[in-house]
Design a binder for this molecule. Structure first.
Ligand code: TYM
Length: 349
């Protein structure tokens, strides 16, 4: 049977397949944790066949220091395990260890149009920032690689923060277009967002996303990193920009600073209702104190486990090696099928 007439179901998966990733472009932030990683740990690895990837190739789309990318890749993988991803329950690996991603990315570039790539919000933002260093072509084509990351695994669901939803939408479009043109090779995935804290904002600039690279703004005072010590977390939260007025109400438009603190608190308390929490506070000061405590409660165990795991790099390497091997085995048949479907001559038997 030719690969073209194989359906997604013939690749042998039964459980829901989940895939997500994190870029080692900077130290992981509270936004990464509350928007994505905490769902992977608490939910996805228990209910689905889940793969989580340190997407190191994506870190090369902007000006980068090789030694730093290498260090941050290891740190990101270690942090995912420290946060509670269990290699007995899910697959944790590094993107560049599995050649299928770049193999498929080329077919995605042959499926996507330049116009739709240029329309990506993240491209526009990052391209503006990178202008001085020179915008890399890979920054434009990056969503094709991200689509390949997802589609290679027959992924059903992609648990991400709100800022990645547009890329997952594009991935859906590319999967549908490819299947229409060449036959049903890909599962069409969908993004799943957390109930609260899908978009954690910068504490110093609550109209901008808290991001790894926004660390440059205000010396990084608005960004909490997963490895920040308790006193640093407290200082950053206590100095968070709040809004005019003193009463605590949940209004993301009019009071973005306070709403952000309530979102963070709600997420740290396991998806409580942020608007409901507001009623318990009479002042910004007490709210900030509770937020600082709640964030520290969440981060302390991660920091402590990270220190243990970082002392045992052999263990982390072993997890990543086994993860890459499993990922390769899962991705290869579908990527081979995609190559055959577009008309490339299969390697002779
Ligand atoms: P990245 O590395 O920027 O972020 C990793 C995850 O964290 C989420 N996130 C946030 N959520 C809430 N508030 C924030 N301030 C915040 N900042 C980040 C992101 O939405 C993401 O879920 N392109 C992706 C990485 C990637 C990927 C993939 C993800 C590459 N291939 C395939 C899913 C599937 C990125 O840059 O994420």
């Amino acid at each position: 049977m030719s690969a073209m007439v194989e359906t997604a179901g013939t690749f042998g998966e039964a459980a829901t397949r989940v895939f997500s990733g994190v870029q080692p472009t900077g130290h992981l932030t509270l936004g990464n944790y509350l928007g994505a990683v905490r769902q992977w740990v608490a939910r996805e690895q228990h209910r689905a066949d889940a793969l989580f990837c340190v997407v190191d190739l994506h870190a090369l789309t902007v000006d980068h220091d090789p030694a730093r990318v290498r260090r941050l890749s290891r740190q990101a993988a270690t942090l995912l395990l420290a946060a509670g991803l269990d290699p007995a329950r899910c697959t944790v690996f590094v993107q560049s260890h599995v050649g299928e991603h770049t193999r498929l990315a080329y077919l995605m570039e042959c499926t996507a149009g330049v116009g739709e790539m240029r329309r990506m919000v993240q491209y526009k933002e990052k391209a503006a920032r990178e202008e001085a260093a020179g915008v890399r072509l890979s920054l434009l084509t990056y969503p094709a690689l991200m689509a390949a990351d997802i589609l290679a695994y027959g992924t059903d669901e992609v648990p991400v923060g709100e800022d990645q939803a547009q890329h997952v939408e594009l991935t859906r479009d590319l999967a549908e277009r490819f299947n229409r043109r060449y036959g049903p090779v890909f599962v069409v995935p969908r993004a799943t967002l957390p109930q609260v804290a899908a978009r954690v904002m910068d504490l110093q600039d609550p109209r901008s996303k808290m991001g790894k690279s926004s660390a440059a703004r205000n010396g990084g005072a608005g960004v909490i990193h997963l490895l920040d010590e308790a006193d640093v977390v407290r200082r950053k939260v206590m100095r968070a920009v709040t809004d005019a007025g003193t009463d605590v109400v949940y209004d993301r438009e009019a009071r973005p600073g306070v709403a952000n603190l309530l979102d963070v608190l709600a997420a740290c308390q396991g998806d409580a209702d942020p608007a409901g929490l507001a009623a318990a506070y009479g002042s910004y000061g007490t709210l900030k104190r509770d937020v600082a405590d709640a964030v520290e409660e969440v981060l302390r165990p991660v920091r402590e486990r990270h220190a243990e795991l970082a002392a045992d790099p052999g263990y982390v390497d072993g997890v990543l090696r086994a993860g890459a091997e499993r990922a390769r085995g899962l991705a290869r048949p579908r990527v081979d099928a995609a190559y055959e479907a577009v008309g490339l001559l299969p390697v002779g038997a």
